[in-house]
Design a binder for this molecule. Sequence first.
Ligand code: ADP
Length: 293
Amino acid sequence: MSVWASIEKSITETTGHAFAIRNQQPIGGGSINSAYRLDSDGQHYFVKLNQAHALDMFVAEAEGLHELARANAIRVPSPVCYGEAAGKSWLVSEFIVFGSGAGDSAQQLGRQLATMHRYTSKQFGWIRDNTIGSTPQQNSRTDSWDDFYRDRRLRFQFELAARNGFTGLLQAKGERLMESLNVFFTNYAPEASLLHGDLWGGNRAFDETGQPVIFDPAIYYGDREADIAMTELFGGFGAEFYAAYQEVWPLDAGYSVRKTLYNLYHILNHANLFGGGYASQAESMTDQLLAEI
Ligand code: ADP
């Protein structure tokens, strides 16, 4: 069966409404998968396609979207079904028509993200692993945030960097940073908040009514500062967003230092995915953090 026939069958079985693709339109903007809008009579879906080996990534994404929906704070696309056929894997979800945002959309997102971060767990991590970009992300649940962040986040990326040939000073400095990580958590014990996990500007939008939407998550339970740090990494969220977030749940004063610690994870991941320039950025961020010790 072709991949498209298999998607039609799966949508039909899951929703109970016959779905036959009338129109199929490619959608740009993604970094990992190819994406399409599928239209039937009065039904619209968003589908991501990849090689068959990516099925588990799509399963994790669907489960992540369900978990975000449970927090009932920010609109997320509802996943419909996923599967594999003809050497491809896919994830189908609700199609959301995006708009340009209303006057208070950025504030709404700030308030809603703080509400989402109030949705907490007893432990850091999650019930399953997922991916950050296409890199595996380990989420084994852990009682201590320092241990989780050091072992499941920084150490994982530093070791991957070594295997990718980023050895030498970056590694030596990374070791020193990981040995002294507790310094960044004196008098600060974060809650295990539900995080989007990959909250750069390209993973949020506004629907036609101006309501915020987040998608393409890499969820786990962790320090909410990690999500806020990522919003600052590539910019675009605006001053109103931060003011609204802080009105609901102010950030700790130490955030300005830990921001670099949290973004180091993403920059190391970028070095591992895209190479060289990001490795030197990771090294200078590590220098900056070592200067705080
Ligand atoms: P990738 O996993 O390849 O990074 P994304 O999840 O970022 O893909 O999706 C690619 C693009 O498709 C996004 O930039 C966004 O504009 C659009 N998009 C994502 N989810 C939906 C959706 N549910 N409905 C409509 N458009 C979507």
